[in-house]
Ligand binder design. Structure first.
Ligand code: ZN
Ligand code: ZN
Length: 564
């Protein structure tokens, strides 16, 4: 690294929503902002979580000055327990984020993490970077933008944010602090693009509260409300609204209880009337209780999915009960959630989502809010992140339209120089994704997943051959199939396929028959032909060859001779 340059490298977040990991370089040191996870899609069967590959920075660990967390959403801090061994740097964050981080680390048996708790407005040095968190509203308490001051220029990393005029919990977005930072002169703004395609503004938690009160007040039977546990303002809203309309509240699901505990620990929710435990709640008539449940994304082990499948110990849903999804569908979860909705509706349960009622607002800025941020900060360089290609593209166009002198397009792994001189991508660094597979981190591009996808789609055929040292078959080939084709239904066809295999091997010349790879190749072709596989069917055809030498054969004959 040239110490006289100000550099920016996204390793996660520039090209996707989720998996945030950003690096700023200056004076020979690196500052890391956020370290998130995302959830695996169908390309990674059997995998739950995906992490950014931090290889670029772990190779430079001695130059890593520290990690600043903007907020405690999983896509911004969820990877810490998994990557901690490789990083072990000081971490700066606000009290609520620290409370959740501590719990997360404890659960994973990690101690001695140097967490420095800071308040918004407090200045702290991370190596050569003069840092300050500026409070912004979002869908979790204590979200922050990060102001970074360096002799080569100032940078604002917006983190995840919105302008909620009445956030109900915590202060509003610190407009004055943002404007003041803008007045100092800001070289670059790294900015949230999640809702850039949506016009207007994202709305307020206060409006959701009014709407939920109206809705729950009209519902006559049991009400289950599900939302992201981390949206403490929404959770508070649900509790307050329930109490206002004469219902008690019971929180179910581990992450809901853990989040409530962390919020109370740092002083939130102090004025709330106590909640009921499951036993007390179950004893009440169903129109006197609101169940606050985890599982708004249809997570199979969460409280709501268990209620829907009749497996929850405390809640048996009945016809005319209502389930309110006070949340959005995270892209990719549509099928899972619609299945859950279908399950509920089939039981006569009323399903209420943001499509039917005003029960949710996003935590990210819509287009008007993003424009407002540009007016406050007035950066020289716009760097859209926290978005897929289509979001980043639209955000770049908006920045140009707003007259930002430079709109810099970066993708994960791009190394951009922000100063001196005009900003540009000057290099590419190694980038990738890791997944937790069987408790071990491996590359998401590993062949393991290609094989697993092929097995899921096409199954496998297993052929075992026993041959002697001359390549002659000592027994008929054994063929099994798993998920590829029903061999029993082949009847005579099965015999024909075995005949094809035998013939294929007999046709091989003396050299080829001793070459395992050539035998395998020939057998695979014979199996495809024998099974009459359509061109698009591509099962994995695994051929096991057991070659018995003269000694082994002699041993076998002897053993046969003494057998009764
Ligand atoms: Zn995020
Ligand atoms: Zn967030």
């Amino acid at each position: 690294m040239n110490p006289n340059e100000l550099l920016f490298v996204p390793l996660g977040g520039a090209g996707e929503i989720g998996l945030n990991l950003y690096l700023f370089g200056y004076d020979g040191r690196w500052l890391m902002v956020d370290l998130g996870i995302s959830f695996a899609d169908e390309m990674l069967p059997g995998v739950e979580i995906v992490l950014p590959d931090p290889g670029f920075i772990t190779e430079r660990r001695e130059d890593l000055a520290g990690l600043v967390l903007t907020h405690a959403h999983e896509d911004h801090f969820g990877a810490i327990p998994y990557l901690w061994d490789q990083l072990s740097c000081p971490v700066w964050c606000t009290p609520f984020t620290a409370a959740l981080l501590r719990r997360k680390l404890e659960e994973n048996g990690i101690g001695r993490v140097p967490v420095r708790v800071v308040e918004p407005g407090e200045r702290f040095d991370v190596g050569p970077f003069d840092c300050e968190l500026l409070h912004v509203t979002h869908s979790i308490p204590e979200a922050n933008a990060l102001a970074i001051r360096t002799p080569l220029g100032n940078v604002l990393h917006t983190g995840d944010w919105k302008i909620d005029p009445v956030p109900l919990l915590g202060p509003t977005t610190s407009v004055e602090a943002l404007q003041r930072f803008g007045d100092e002169g800001v070289l670059a703004m790294v900015a949230d693009s999640t809702n850039i395609l949506d016009p207007g503004t994202s709305g307020s938690e206060a409006e959701v509260k009014d709407s939920l009160k109206d809705l729950i007040g009209r519902l006559g039977q049991r009400v289950v409300l599900t939302t992201f546990a981390s949206n403490v303002a929404r959770v508070q809203t649900a509790i307050e609204v329930a109490h206002e309309v004469g219902r008690e509240v019971c929180a179910v699901g581990r992450s809901m209880r853990r989040m409530l505990e962390a919020a109370r620990e740092v002083g939130y929710l102090a004025d709330l009337k106590p909640l009921l435990d499951e036993r007390a709640a179950s004893a009440l008539p169903r129109n006197r209780i609101l169940w606050l449940a985890t599982g708004c994304q249809g997570e199979p082990r969460a409280a709501l999915a268990r209620m829907a499948s009749g497996q929850h110990p405390a809640v048996r849903l009945q016809p005319d009960d209502a389930v309110i999804f006070s949340s959005k569908i995270i892209p990719g979860n549509e099928r899972t959630l619609y299945n859950l909705h279908n399950d509920l509706v089939s039981q006569g349960v009323e399903v209420i989502t943001e499509h039917d009622h005003f029960v949710h607002v996003s935590g990210h800025p819509c287009r008007d809010e993003v424009e407002q941020m540009y007016r406050w900060i007035r950066p020289q360089i716009a760097i859209p992140v926290h978005g897929e290609a289509r979001h980043l593209h639209e955000h770049l166009a908006l920045a140009r339209q707003l007259g930002v002198p430079q709109a810099l397009e970066v993708r994960n792994g791009d190394l951009a120089r922000l100063a001196p001189g005009p900003s540009e991508v000057i290099d590419e660094v190694p980038v990738g994704r890791l997944v937790l597979e069987n408790q071990v981190l491996i590359q998401a591009g590993d062949d393991l997943f290609r094989t697993r996808r092929r097995l899921m789609a096409h199954g496998t055929v297993l052929v075992s051959l026993v041959v002697d040292s001359y390549g002659s078959m000592l027994a008929p080939p054994q063929v099994s199939a798993f998920g590829a084709i029903d061999l029993d239904r082949l009847n005579a066809g099965r015999q024909a396929m075995i005949g094809e295999i035998e013939e294929a091997i007999e046709e091989l010349d003396d050299a080829a028959v001793l070459d395992d790879e050539r035998v395998r190749e020939r057998v695979r072709t014979a199996v495809r032909r024998g099974l009459r596989l359509a061109r698009e069917k591509r099962p994995i055809i695994e051929v096991q060859i057991i070659r018995l030498g003269q000694d082994a054969l002699a041993g076998l004959e002897q053993a046969e001779g003494v057998a009764p």
